[in-house]
Design a protein around this ligand. Structure first.
Ligand SMILES: Nc1nc2c(ncn2[C@@H]2O[C@H](COP(=O)(O)OP(=O)(O)OP(=O)(O)O)[C@@H](O)[C@H]2O)c(=O)[nH]1
Ligand SMILES: [Mg+2]
Length: 364
């Protein structure tokens, strides 16, 4: 009988994450830093381009020229052409890359240098770029690579890698917005590393599972069994022949229990009496998440639908949802109606005045 993959995922009860205290502080820091910033790099995860987009950042850094970076391309099967077309229609710059790929990062450095060259009067104290995005998408890794390539550190310093920003596989490592980090001497380009910032509240259960799969929220927040089931659901939609997991079971299946038992039996240390479904599910998910010699997969459903019109609708609905959130309304009050932070009606406090002074000194 022909195998038919599920087209609807069961409605599991998944708690939805929201913005944490330090991320709120990071938003506030970005608001104060905004006048100093000439350009924004918004990093997303190429395996979940829609779930890892954060409209909140566009509010705080409104009107800044921006490029969207789809990072971790080495782990993804994204179809860049389609997403590129989608951004082109919206008149946005985008790039697909891996922070771990030297030639990708070289291309990014040269695109930033070209941007600098487009200024009639170049910023006298250097081009200032902020790198922002959801947690764990690879912002700090990107800065380390940009600095190594842009400052030619690898060539000069006997192949030793120099890290300026700490990185980890867990979300929320960067807690504070960094000082300006130099990534190019001529032209002078500086970059600010910001903590990962979540949306005020995650849209729905499936988006939350995608975010757990890419570790943009703590993986423990979503049961690994549910994550494994969602992964199986996506793998089947991407290839109903069961090819992606044939190594573990010889036929396609919609049953995560069957697949996990078969997966566990293939592992070296399998003992029936010690079989634990949650641990097995965690290992199974990790296998696909970091791509250990297994086929890669897209980790969200919405981008499997190959229609940029549908994505437009999804993003429009998401923007409307964000606009309704109390946090956005509060930001609107602080930043002025256009969220630029430059409006005359903006309510100013002592912190704002201090930031204004700093920003002015930098621009002198
Ligand atoms: N395979 C692969 N892994 C990457 C890439 N970029 C980053 N990573 C890994 O992704 C994880 C997160 O990277 P970070 O640079 O710490 O991410 P971040 O966005 O700064 O995270 P927060 O500061 O927590 O928001 C680390 O384990 C990196 O090694 C990439 O292009 N490919
Ligand atoms: Mg970081």
């Amino acid at each position: 009988m022909k195998f038919i993959p599920r087209t609807v995922f069961p409605k599991y009860n998944v708690p939805l994450a929201n913005l944490k205290g330090h991320q709120r502080a990071a938003l506030s820091d970005l608001m104060h830093l905004a006048p100093q910033i000439d350009y924004v790099l918004e990093v997303r995860d190429a395996r979940a381009p829609l779930a890892s987009a954060n409209g909140l950042i566009d509010k705080v850094l409104a009107k800044k020229p921006k490029m969207v970076l789809y990072n971790k391309l080495d782990l993804a099967v994204t179809k860049p052409k389609l997403i590129e077309k989608f951004h082109k229609e919206r008149n946005e710059d985008c790039m697909f890359l891996s922070a771990k790929n030297t030639s990708d990062v070289k291309k990014l450095v040269s695109r930033l240098q070209t941007k600098f060259g487009t200024y009639e009067i170049p910023p006298p104290l250097g081009f200032r770029v902020a790198i922002v995005g959801m947690p764990n998408v690879g912002k700090s890794s990107m800065i380390n690579s940009l600095r190594q390539i842009g400052m030619k550190l690898r060539d000069i310093v006997t192949q030793k890698k120099y890290k300026v920003a700490r990185t980890s596989d867990y979300p929320g490592l960067t807690r504070k917005t960094s000082e300006a980090i130099k990534i190019s001497e001529d032209p002078l380009i500086y970059i600010y590393d910001a903590p990962g910032i979540m949306v005020p509240s995650v849209k729905d259960a499936e988006t939350m599972i995608s975010l757990a799969l890419i570790h943009s929220v703590q993986s423990e927040l979503v049961d690994h069994y549910i994550q494994a089931d969602y992964l199986l659901y996506l793998l089947n939609l991407q290839n109903p022949s069961g090819k992606h997991y044939r190594k573990f079971i010889d036929h396609p299946t919609n049953s995560i229990d069957e697949l996990l038992v078969s997966y566990a039996k293939k592992s070296k240390n399998y003992q029936e009496s010690k079989f634990n479904i949650e641990n097995t599910a965690r290992n199974f998910v990790d296998h696909f998440r970091v791509g250990y010699k297994v086929p890669f997969a897209m980790l969200e459903k919405d981008t499997l639908v190959e229609s940029s019109e549908k994505w437009n609708d999804i993003l429009k609905t998401e923007t409307n949802r964000l606009n309704e959130s109390p946090l956005i309304k509060e930001l609107g009050q602080r930043l002025g109606d256009d969220y630029s932070g430059m409006s005359k009606n903006r309510k100013r406090n002592a912190k704002d005045r201090k930031a204004d002074l700093n920003n002015m000194l930098f621009k002198l």
